[in-house]
Design a protein around this ligand. Structure first.
Ligand SMILES: [Zn+2]
Ligand SMILES: [Zn+2]
Ligand SMILES: [Zn+2]
Length: 299
């Protein structure tokens, strides 16, 4: 407490601005105010009381809690170094440092948010599935590219979309198609007479194979049923051939003659009666489970 008069015009000014003047504190320049809304107390300079609207920090914090909640976040605390920033908890559980102004815009629905930590985790997992490690941003500054390291030790910049689809190869251990990633796939086609058939094959891009290479008639339904990533084209070809041999031997009745699907699909063999679909899918499931257990190549 600081001795001295409590001037009547200070008391009036505090009242008018939503506070009760409690006493003088520290020195001749400061007073203690109590917020009439929430009862908490703050020390302010007399000059602030007389010339401006004093701020109740407790009420302000409450407002931040509300704003953060409207933005889908939890307000944790102010940033210790910059008064424009706060620390918030995202729905994923990560703590984010964000500008208060941005949180206000999020609360208004003007902008969304992306958790950089979760995003990095997603991209790291995408890479890991293909035996690559995410190292960081592209050193050439292209936002669509990242820097990765293959399990053989080779480092390479790769477009993220290519990492997702596998449409690229390692510059060190994957020099040509036989070594480049590939896929087994199962497609379902419906023929003009309503018969459902299933096609099994391999491709480095089954989706585009379905839409741009195989289909002759867009009016008949066609679906990509399943894709199994393979480490290389040669592995995909070898496994596909073995699977066809097994299917022909065990289900000779299901092998469709070419005249049945001529004009619908641009292939001459490897098309089966639709009743074989569950068997083909189960075989691909088994291959996928085996491929997942196989260790990554080492350099
Ligand atoms: Zn208050
Ligand atoms: Zn997160
Ligand atoms: Zn490699």
């Amino acid at each position: 407490m600081y001795p001295g008069l409590l001037h009547a015009h200070w008391i009036d000014e505090a009242e008018a601005k939503g506070f009760t003047l409690i006493d003088r504190v520290w020195d001749r320049l400061h007073v203690l105010l109590e917020c009439k809304a929430c009862g908490s107390q703050d020390v302010v300079r007399v000059s602030v009381l007389m010339g401006f609207q004093p701020i109740c920090h407790a009420c302000k914090t409450d407002r931040w809690h509300d704003t953060a909640e409207a933005a889908g976040l939890e307000y944790l605390r102010r940033d210790a170094h910059d008064r424009h920033y706060g620390i918030f908890r995202a729905p994923c559980g990560h703590e984010l440092r964000r500008q208060f102004g941005l949180i206000e815009r999020m609360a208004q629905g003007e902008t969304g948010f992306r958790c950089a930590i979760c995003q990095a985790g997603t991209e790291a997992a995408e890479a890991e599935r293909r035996c690559w490690q995410l190292l960081g941003p592209d050193h050439e500054g292209d936002p669509n590219y990242r820097l990765y390291r293959h399990s053989c030790g080779h480092e390479q910049r790769v477009a993220r979309v290519n990492m997702q689809t596998g449409r690229f190869q390692c510059g060190k251990c994957g020099p040509a198609w036989p070594a480049a990633p590939n896929n087994l796939y199962a497609l379902r086609f419906v023929l003009g007479d309503g018969t459902t058939v299933v096609k099994l094959g391999h491709s480095n891009d089954p989706e585009s194979r379905l839409h741009h290479q195989l289909r002759l008639r867009d009016d008949l339904p066609a679906d990509l049923l399943k894709t199994v990533p393979m480490a290389s084209g040669s592995a995909a070809l070898r496994i596909e051939k073995r699977l066809h041999a097994t299917l022909r031997r065990r289900f000779p009745w299901a092998v469709l003659p070419a005249e049945r699907f001529r004009g619908v699909i641009k292939v001459t063999t490897e098309v089966y009666d639709g009743r074989l679909e569950p068997i083909v899918l189960a075989a691909l499931d088994a291959i996928e489970a085996r491929a997942r257990r196989r260790p990554c190549p080492r350099g």
